[in-house]
Design a protein around this ligand. Structure first.
Ligand code: B12
Length: 439
């Protein structure tokens, strides 16, 4: 069969003014450019386990409006999308279905809302795609692809992980490639829309497999920049210590998303730096205790860590690893002072990089269920607003309009040329001093 693997891609923001402001800010543009070019690791992974008798084409569609004519001549269309672009994914699926080509859709959005998705396609994959991809191929080959495949109850064993087919990519288009070392997270944050929606269990890929994947990437890109596309990478320090030694020999630079506990192990931080770690992205969520209550549903882990936020950031950065601190604006209890509070925190902690987003209720999350019960979702089913930058709920201590405008003002201040340069220079200055005192 000739199979099209279609990734709905690119970055989305509905608020036109925010988009306009954002595009003029150096700090914002830099990060957007970096991440907007990431390929779909989900589809590359499925490609890696597809029997060689099939022909694969990997296609990225940043926006349906720019699509023009439909790429055709396929026997199966496999679409991957997150919530923000799901309506475009559905339109695309519908157009293909009308031409008689079978369509399957997967990803966390359709996993949470399979009944919604099946209206537009022949088959919906629930959960991790590796578990059902072979069944989809054989059912499609036999002309009876239909209905729901998979379940979030089952958990795919990452020891069996196929090698993602990075060779399908036109590598000149990318400035980073993703590799996964784990799925899930031991924490249970109310808003989390990551792999927890696919599989409840935290699991890691064997170290040898991760190293093989990096080696495969190096065949097409000698000194790559890797983004570990994990929900929370450094949970098991022993696993990472085993990985980091050999990783150093690969001569890569890398970025990852993890939690604050990484700051507690200096030996680990040193190994991370030596192996090419450039930046860790950490969800701090709120600079004040308000907002952190019950955000982590199991044992208020993030609230307990709050007193250590600034020291932890300094310690990580003193090892030469920059921290990208993430804050969610509009958490319950946040007042209109939160914008100033975030700015002050960023200044005092001298965070190298900052990511600010608006609280977003993705379907399938406990946050969505709670806000729905409290009748606080403004426009239900507006999945296009699930961008992390658009307001679609009623905050507790501000109007939705105040949250949106306070957010825009903060974007301008945080990502201004002056403040961005100040933070970056401080990082370099602090690092030089730290290295001098260490001798
Ligand atoms: C890399 C990345 C991107 C990349 C690449 C996206 C892509 N096309 O894959 C870029 C930069 C383009 C991107 C863009 C956006 N992203 Co993003 N991104 C990530 C990140 C960091 C890693 C995702 C990843 O690679 N996972 C690993 C792969 C293996 O998992 P997977 O994609 O879910 O695929 C598995 C299954 O879902 C399933 N599957 C998926 N697709 C298909 C298709 C078929 C046919 C089948 C059979 C199976 C299947 O099988 C796969 C293997 O098991 C996550 C955060 C994180 N740490 O996870 C956020 C994340 C996925 N992004 C998120 C968001 C919000 C966005 C944006 C809306 C941001 C914005 N404002 O524009 C856009 C939306 C793009 C869209 N298409 O809708 C949210 C999504 C929440 C949600 N449930 O919708 C996440 C979870 C981050 C968060 N803060 O919550 N993103």
């Amino acid at each position: 069969m000739r199979i099209a693997l279609i990734a709905m891609s690119g970055i989305r923001v509905c608020d036109a003014e925010l988009l306009r402001i954002g595009l003029t800010l150096p700090g914002f543009v830099e990060r957007s450019k970096t991440i907007a070019s990431l390929p779909s690791l989900g589809l590359l992974t499925l490609a890696g386990m597809t029997p060689k008798e099939h022909d694969l084409e990997y296609i990225e569609i940043p926006s349906l409006a720019e699509l023009g004519s439909l790429p055709d001549n396929f026997d199966l269309i496999a679409i991957s999308s997150y919530s923000a672009q799901i309506n475009e994914a559905y339109m695309l699926a519908d157009r293909y279905k009308r031409t008689g080509i079978p369509v399957v859709i997967g990803g966390p959005h359709v996993t949470s809302l399979p009944e919604e998705a099946i209206e537009y396609c022949d088959a919906v994959v629930i959960g991790e795609g590796e578990a059902t991809w072979n069944d989809i191929l054989s059912d499609c080959g036999n002309g009876n692809l239909s209905g729901f495949y998979g379940s979030t109850e089952s958990s795919y064993d990452l020891c069996e992980s196929p090698m993602p087919d990075y060779k399908l990519l036109d590598i000149s288009k990318y400035n980073r490639l993703t590799v996964q070392t784990s799925r899930g997270c031991p924490h249970c944050c109310e808003f989390c829309a990551g792999s927890l929606l696919l599989t409840g269990k935290y699991k890691q890929k064997p170290v040898a497999k991760v190293l093989d994947e990096i080696e495969r990437i190096r065949e097409i890109w000698h000194h790559p920049f890797i983004e570990f596309a994990d929900d929370n990478s450094v949970v098991n320090n022993n696993y990472w210590k085993e990985l980091l030694g050999p990783l150093k020999d690969k001569k890569i630079r890398w970025f990852t998303e993890t939690d604050l506990s990484v700051s507690e192990d200096d030996e680990l931080l040193e190994l991370m730096r030596e192996s090419g770690c450039a930046q860790v992205l950490i969800g701090l969520e709120s600079p004040i205790e308000t907002g952190l209550h019950n955000i982590e549903l199991r044992n208020d882990w993030k609230l307990k860590k709050w007193p250590q936020f600034k020291d932890a950031i300094r310690n990580i950065q003193s090892h030469g690893i920059t921290v990208n601190g993430c804050f969610i604006l509009g958490l319950d209890g946040h007042t209109s002072e939160i914008f100033e509070q975030v700015f002050d925190f960023v200044k005092e902690s001298e965070l190298y990089e900052v990511q600010i987003t608006i609280m977003t209720a993705f379907p399938g999350t406990p946050l969505y269920d709670r806000l729905k019960k409290e009748d606080r979702i403004l426009e239900d089913h507006r999945w296009d607003k699930c961008t992390l930058f658009d307001v679609n709920y009623r905050p507790t201590h501000m109007s939705p309009e105040d949250l949106a405008s306070g957010f825009k003002d903060l974007v301008v201040r945080i990502y201004s040329d002056e403040f961005t340069k100040w933070r970056r220079n401080n990082f370099k200055k602090y690092l030089r001093e730290h290295l001098k005192t260490k001798g």
